[in-house]
Design a protein around this ligand. Structure first.
Ligand SMILES: NC(=O)c1ccc[n+]([C@@H]2O[C@H](COP(=O)([O-])OP(=O)(O)OC[C@H]3O[C@@H](n4cnc5c(N)ncnc54)[C@H](O)[C@@H]3O)[C@@H](O)[C@H]2O)c1
Length: 373
């Protein structure tokens, strides 16, 4: 048996999703929709998907059980609500919504209808992070206590043909990149209890640099730099920096320190990559300038890329168990990001009241290429 999938939003990221979703034997992509019908048609043809058209036409297809929402953050919630109203499960790109009330509406509608809402990032299900999570769960660094993460780059207007949404309400590096890094932090440390943050805009106007609209100027209306201090419910803490204004790129540095050692994870925006492990034990006897050699934690498991979470959702529904990249997790991460934005604006620490349950690591032999349903 295969699970029918429809995709709404045929923009930049739909190519990565379709390249992967079409290789999973448990899924069958049946329809691509977009408000730009030509774009939907071109994407469907590119990946051999049999049908394309409007969202309404997609939602009328009885053979579709899960709808993948790859529209813009400003319309994620309204598109999710339409999908749920049509009796279908949702996989949504991040962020789940641009405000907490919309996220709540989506989760409530799903619960009332007995449907699921799962949300990106699914990079947390990739081989790189899952292997690191297993090493942490095995006690390789002792008890995780603190973390440092930072992702800095010059900004996406260099390569994205329509980058405005990444610099306006619902975007900025905090809401655009934050979900990858904060979901990883929550996966290791549990729920965030409070946040203090600063944020700023270095250049209030930017210019589209590639595609047919190159040269178009647009306004930057949310911080293009955010720095956060986070305290988790269990008393541990982390710091996180997100920037679209650095000429010096630092792609997703992520370090977790525990009572017995530290682990450097691969970039949480990626699905693969080894981790390196530094133990306090390995410093024993080193009294001079020399340093121990870190141990490599090899990434094992699926590294297929965007779409893994859609498959995990389909399998979780079939098995009657909770999906890992849940809407509740995404809503908590949204609460953390909104608390950070509020903290930066008010100059005060802001409490986060939502809580999420810990997520089980994936079994090491979880195989997307196997037909299991
Ligand atoms: N571009 C990336 O590298 C990337 C990576 C990871 C996640 N994402 C996320 O994926 C989502 C889409 O990003 P993108 O870069 O593909 O954007 P994009 O602008 O390239 O594509 C968005 C598409 O959605 C369509 N659309 C907008 N509103 C719609 C509606 N109401 N109904 C139907 N279609 C609608 C647009 O016509 C467009 O084709 C965003 O949430 C973004 O955060 C993007």
């Amino acid at each position: 048996m295969t699970v029918g999938v429809g995709v709404i939003g045929a923009g930049v990221i739909s190519a990565q999703y379709l390249a992967n979703l079409t290789t999973f034997p448990d899924l069958e992509v049946r329809f691509v929709a977009d408000i730009d019908l030509e774009r939907a048609k071109a994407r469907a043809e590119e990946f051999g998907i049999p049908a394309s058209g409007t969202t309404e036409e997609l939602l009328a297809d009885d053979g579709i059980d899960i709808v993948v929402n790859l529209t813009l953050p400003s319309v994620h919630a309204e598109v999710d609500l339409a999908i749920l109203a049509a009796g279908k499960h949702v996989w949504s790109e991040k962020p789940i919504a641009t405000n907490a009330a919309d996220a709540r509406r989506v989760l409530d509608a799903a619960e009332a209808a007995g449907l699921r809402v799962a949300v990106a990032p699914d990079t947390v299900l990739g081989a790189g992070l899952q292997s690191a999570f297993r090493a942490i769960a095995d006690g390789r660094i002792g008890e995780p206590r603190t973390a440092i993460t930072q992702v800095l780059n010059p900004g996406p207007e260099r390569w994205h043909p329509a980058p405005e949404f990444l610099f306006q309400a619902g975007g900025g590096p905090l809401l655009d990149l934050g979900p990858y890094y904060l979901t990883t932090l929550v996966s290791v440390f549990g729920s965030v209890a409070r946040v203090a943050a600063v944020g700023s805009i270095s250049r209030p106007k930017r210019v589209v640099e590639s595609g047919p609209r190159a040269g178009t100027e647009f306004d930057v209306t949310v911080p293009s730099y955010s720095a956060l201090l986070l305290e988790f419910e269990n008393g541990t803490s982390a710091q996180a920096t997100f920037s679209f204004e650095s000429a010096l790129p630092r792609a997703g540095f992520f370090e977790i320190t525990g009572t017995d050692g530290a682990i450097v994870l691969p970039d949480p925006n990626m699905f693969d990559g080894d981790s390196s492990l530094w133990t306090l034990e390995s410093w024993k006897g080193l009294t001079g300038p020399e340093q121990p050699t870190p141990e490599t934690v090899e990434a094992t498991g699926p590294a297929d890329g965007r779409g893994l979470g859609v498959l995990e959702l389909a399998r979780a529904i079939a098995a009657g168990v909770p999906e890992r990249a849940s809407g509740a997790l995404a809503a908590h991460v949204l609460d953390v990001m909104l608390a950070a934005a509020e903290s930066a604006e008010r100059g005060e620490t802001v409490a986060v009241t939502s809580r999420v349950a810990p997520v089980e690591p994936l079994p090491a032999d979880w195989n997307p290429k196997e037909a299991t349903l």
